[in-house]
Ligand binder design. Structure first.
Ligand code: PEP
Ligand code: MN
Length: 337
């Protein structure tokens, strides 16, 4: 249920409605817009009498919401949420680019990449220290040592660091080093991890599960928002389909769809979304054309030698070309990179 207050309703009137909802044992999600305040009601709405609420002073109308996700819904929060982390911003006019290797491999590899992507216009550095690998004998990441290297790269370049949290047991150490905690596709429905990560006091980048629906994706987001953490960025990273000419199918129609039903920012990952470096630039252009708030792209000084995801990693000249191509596109769309 959503309670729409009258234009320019007074704080006193808003407080009275909030108190009434809370007295019935329900929670509220308050969205104070420039002109209109919206009170989202969360919980068993049968405990409230809509006619009684409608009669309260300052109330414009009562609306019933059918979507299962509430805090993630645009009905509850009509304006875009803007997530700002250092030089990165998602959900506003800016398009921010997160770039870096799939996995942190060494100090040289990471620092060289961080310096290169910074010089070419990236807003943040990505790099996995804990890697979710299909094969248990594959490189699993440098773990805490990898996090230390990410912190060194941040100190050297000023770029904020985006890195994946795979397990609740690593939450303290990952939160200590990360500027943004990434929840990977394989963990999108690890509900315990979502709850704990939501409480870690850091912005979260939530990647879409490879076989999740839009509703499941937004319900996973709801787990994080329900912890009181509103600094949440969604990421379309490709889904599994019958198609096998690409690693995944980058389902870009979700970008404008999310924009319609949710206030949350959404970025695209054309690296995992295609699995092929030659498709990263065209699919990046496509992502920006459909309204993505940013990109997360894998870049490696020597893709052919990368320990993880070499075939989809851009070389430095390829990343430079990507930035060169998307800047005028963003400008044409009235956005900036
Ligand atoms: C990654 O970003 O390195 C990664 C493992 O992504 P995903 O969870 O989308 O597979
Ligand atoms: Mn990867």
């Amino acid at each position: 249920m959503i309670i729409v207050m009258q234009r320019n309703a007074e704080d006193r009137q808003i407080d009275q409605v909030v108190a009434k909802v809370k007295a019935a044992g329900l929670d509220v999600h308050l969205s104070r817009g420039k002109e209109v305040t919206i009170i989202g009601v969360i919980g068993d709405k049968t405990r409230l009498d809509p006619d009684e609420l409608q009669a309260m002073s300052g109330v414009e109308k009562i609306m019933h919401v059918t979507a299962s996700y509430k805090r993630a819904s645009r009905d509850f929060h009509p304006e875009n949420s803007v997530v700002q982390v250092g030089p990165m911003s998602f959900g506003g006019n800016r398009i921010s680019i997160i770039a870096g290797p799939c996995a942190v491999e060494s100090k040289e590899q990471l620092l060289e990449t961080a310096r290169a992507v910074k010089a070419m216009g990236a807003s943040a550095l990505r790099g996995g220290a804990y890697k979710p690998r299909t094969n248990p004998y594959s490189f699993q990441g440098l773990q805490e040592k990898g996090l230390e290297l990410l912190a060194e790269a941040r100190a050297a370049t000023g770029l904020p660091v985006v890195t994946e949290l795979m397990s609740v047991k690593d939450i303290e150490v990952v939160a200590k080093y990360a500027d943004v905690i990434q929840i990977g596709a394989r963990n999108m429905q690890n509900f315990i991890l979502l709850k704990e990560a939501g409480q870690a006091g850091k912005p979260i980048l939530l990647k879409r599960g490879m076989s999740s629906t839009l509703e499941e994706f937004l319900l996973a987001a709801e787990y994080i928002l329900a912890q009181g953490n509103n600094s949440l960025i969604l990421c379309e990273r490709g889904i599994r389909t019958f198609e096998d000419y690409n690693r995944n199918t980058l389902a870009l129609a979700i970008v404008p769809t999310i924009k319609k039903v949710s206030h949350l920012p959404i970025i695209a990952d054309p690296s995992h979304g295609t699995g092929r470096a030659d498709l990263v630039i065209p699919m990046s252009r496509a992502a920006i054309a459909v309204g993505a708030d940013g990109l997360i792209v894998e870049v490696h000084p020597h893709p052919e030698k990368a320990l993880v995801d070499g075939p989809q990693s851009l070389s430095f000249p390829q990343f430079e070309e990507l930035m060169k191509e998307i800047k005028p596109m963003a400008k044409a769309l009235g956005r900036e990179i």
